[in-house]
Design a protein around this ligand. Structure first.
Ligand code: NOJ
Length: 561
């Protein structure tokens, strides 16, 4: 009996245990990731839509800011009903962006400049226009019949069951993953219910074939030289109650066991936002953003409204009504979990799904510097969405585009990169009516060219901060992190970063009021090294504590001596 139990325990550890199924490559420790939405970055051929050649032409800029890894939102053939997350051909670059050869050239040039390239892997679904789905819709059984999840009768309504009625020749309903036009691929169910004829098991033929397809896609792009992927809806693959913890992780551990062997230097980022689950399954980074556990940290810190546009009292707001205890407690749990499993919990500045930092009441370069100081001094590789380094505005008036509307209008954060003050902000030579989305109409809109020449610009602040991070292990991905401020005195936010004998303290006061906070004494004195201005921050050290006094809307990094 005992032996049986220990075999069961070992098996559980194998499936769910804390040790990741893949080693995280060393280069990730120094990575600073730049997330590009390809339709909006740089248009090289004047059609009004960004493309790969455009991105290639901006690699020197990207490297000059300090980014050494780019992640491209999907650039594959798509039906464009969900911004490229509705893929029609996983193996071919969408003609709007160029060709597979253009992607090869981008990867080659990026590598030559010391930049890694990550693609977006939409693993959970395809477009309804994908040939696999077209075949799956046929009445006659064929190779693709079980690539998706179909049922003959309409299943009873229950949350989590999203079956779609349709007019396809196959008689039945299919399960969707996100929009109706995104049928879920069939990775099977954790514990198929025999009464539910649509629930196949992980090892059935359909799910096994789909897993092989997934590996083929990964292999195809890795063999062409890419350095990894961000995985869309990574937690959605295997279905059923508790499937995330057991079924989805089983799948990823299987993939990583292979991926880690074949491509040990490549990485995977998960859109999962539950690092305890994702990192122990083998992901190198989990994206902590607006959903699940990530949402409990990110939203109260930076989202100025909820999805219905009701204002919220977020922390990074000059009204200074945010709270810090809860988000920091959850952040600490997540951080500590990541140290056990390996891999990182990274909180991006924002994304193609969630608003830019320059929004509503947070709209001055000084406020954005304070927020960027947080994102660039956390213990995980930073992920900066394009244009955030210059403080581009979230364009609330941008029209919905290509399925951008879900619970929010996501076009507002997908508008073209603003390079300079020439036509279309230097993004494209097309007639403005042809642009993918409008550029900012404010007379003095943030742009790269002007900020390059201004030593006090947000761009140069970000550049300096990335450089400081790069030469200071304590501030980097592998340095330790500890909240040392008083969580009941929310402003300023105070945390320690350390590595070996080095210690730094980051102090942030996004509020429009002067704010003081104390932290336990860490050394003889605290010396200002970076921030919004040396005069913005003071530290008094006495017998037992450091007292930091911060001017309104200010950020500072101190070295402890
Ligand atoms: C998450 C992606 O980030 C989002 O843009 C997309 O709409 C959904 N997944 C569906 O793929």
């Amino acid at each position: 009996m005992k032996r049986l139990l220990s075999i069961a325990a070992a098996a559980t550890l194998l499936v769910c245990g804390p040790v990741a199924a893949k080693e995280t490559p060393k280069w990730l420790s120094d990575a600073v990731i730049y997330h590009i939405y390809p339709s909006s970055y740089m248009d090289s051929d004047g059609d009004g839509i960004g493309d790969l050649e455009g991105i290639r032409s901006r690699l020197d800029y990207i490297r000059s800011v300090g980014f050494n890894c780019i992640w491209l939102s999907p650039c594959f053939v798509s039906s464009w009903k969900d911004g490229g997350y509705d893929i029609v051909d996983f193996y071919r670059v969408d003609p709007r962006f160029g060709t597979n050869d253009d992607l090869d050239a981008l990867v080659r040039d990026a590598h030559a400049k010391g930049i890694k390239v990550l693609l977006d892997l939409v693993a959970g679904h395809t477009s309804a226009d994908h040939p696999w789905f077209r075949e799956s819709c046929r009445a006659e059984r064929n190779r693709y019949s079980d690539y998706y999840i179909w049922t003959d009768g309409k299943p009873e309504k229950r949350p989590g069951r999203k079956f779609v009625d349709n007019d396809y020749p196959r008689n039945g309903y299919y399960l969707k993953n996100f929009f109706d036009i995104q049928p879920a691929l069939n990775y099977g169910y954790l514990n198929p219910n025999p009464k539910h004829e649509w629930e196949q098991s992980y090892d059935d033929e359909g799910p096994t074939a789909v897993r092989n397809e997934l590996k083929n896609i990964i292999r195809f792009w890795c063999d062409r030289g890419v350095d990894g992927f961000r995985v869309d809806m990574a937690s959605s693959l295997v279905k059923g109650d508790n499937a995330e913890r057991d079924g989805v992780r089983r799948l990823w551990r299987e993939i990583f066991e292979w991926y880690g062997r074949e491509y040990p230097e490549n990485i995977m980022l998960s859109e999962w936002s539950e690092p305890k689950q994702s990192l122990s399954a083998g992901f190198d980074i989990d994206l902590m953003i607006h959903n699940k556990v990530g949402g409990k940290i990110y939203r109260p810190l930076v989202c100025a409204t909820d999805d219905r546009m009701n204002p919220t009292a977020c922390y990074f707001d000059r009204r200074g009504q945010g709270e810090i205890r809860k988000p920091m407690e959850i952040y600490r749990e997540v951080y500590e979990a990541s140290r056990k499993t390996g891999g990182y919990a990274s909180m991006p500045t924002c994304s193609h799904d969630i608003w830019r930092l320059n929004r509503m009441n947070r709209n001055t370069p000084q406020e954005l510097k304070v927020a960027m100081t947080l994102f660039l001094t956390l213990p995980a590789p930073p992920i900066v969405y394009y244009g955030e380094e210059t403080g581009m505005r979230n364009l609330e008036y941008a029209p919905p585009k290509e399925g951008s509307f879900s619970s929010r209008n996501r076009s507002t954060c997908r508008t073209p990169m603003q390079w300079d003050t020439t036509a279309n902000a230097g993004f494209s030579t097309a007639d403005p009516s042809k642009l993918y989305l409008p550029v900012d109409n404010m007379p003095e809109f943030p742009n790269v060219a002007e900020q390059e020449n201004d030593p006090n610009s947000l761009l140069n602040y970000v550049r300096g901060l990335i450089a400081l991070r790069g030469r200071t292990p304590a501030l980097g991905a592998d340095g330790e992190w500890r909240y040392i401020g008083d969580p009941d005195n929310p402003y300023p936010m105070i945390y320690e970063r350390s590595s070996g004998g080095e210690r730094y303290v980051v102090v942030l006061n996004p509020s429009g009021r002067k704010a003081s906070g104390t932290a336990p004494k860490l050394g003889r004195k605290a010396v200002w090294v970076y921030g919004t201005g040396a005069k913005d921050a003071r530290c008094r050290t006495d017998a037992g504590a450091h007292t930091f006094t911060m001017q309104p809307v200010s950020a500072a990094i101190f070295r402890i001596e």
